[in-house]
Design a protein around this ligand. Sequence first.
Ligand code: FE
Length: 186
Amino acid sequence: MPGRDSGEFPQKTEEVTVRSQADDIPPDCSGIPTPALEEGPFYKPGSPERRNIAEEGSPGEKLTVEGYVFNRNCKPVREAWIDFWQADGTGVYDNTGFNLRGHQYTDEYGRYHLETVRPVEYGPRTAHIHVKVRANDGSPIMTTQLFLPGEKRNIEDWIFDNSLVMSISKTEKGEIATFNFLLNIE
Ligand code: FE
């Protein structure tokens, strides 16, 4: 991590180097539980486990989404289950197969990484990505939706929640969106 060994706090060096990243409280944890939103009509259980949910030929602009899953104490949650599903770049869901559907587990640092395409608005809905998150087999599933910044239909959509808008940066590899989930669990 940049700055970790910069020597700004030499008296702390030993302590910092023996701690793993997963034990640190990341500076970008809000401490506020991620709000749940409705599941909608297009969820299908049994999605494949994969980080790239856009199958060959999926219409839409490439989008990467990544971030952490935290518990209510801002501790990263390892091996949290995250299930994504979304419309493609023309606003259409695959309801016969599993294109743009997939689940994954957070890594040892509590991070997830999703490769997909930018969803597009459909019917009454602004662009969004549906998601279910569960810390472990014994914890409740939190169902919600993520939104894209700057979409003109955000304010018209009654389901839209400003606290569920991802941050997006444009890079050489395309757009990278970030969003950290905070589950209301210990
Ligand atoms: Fe939807």
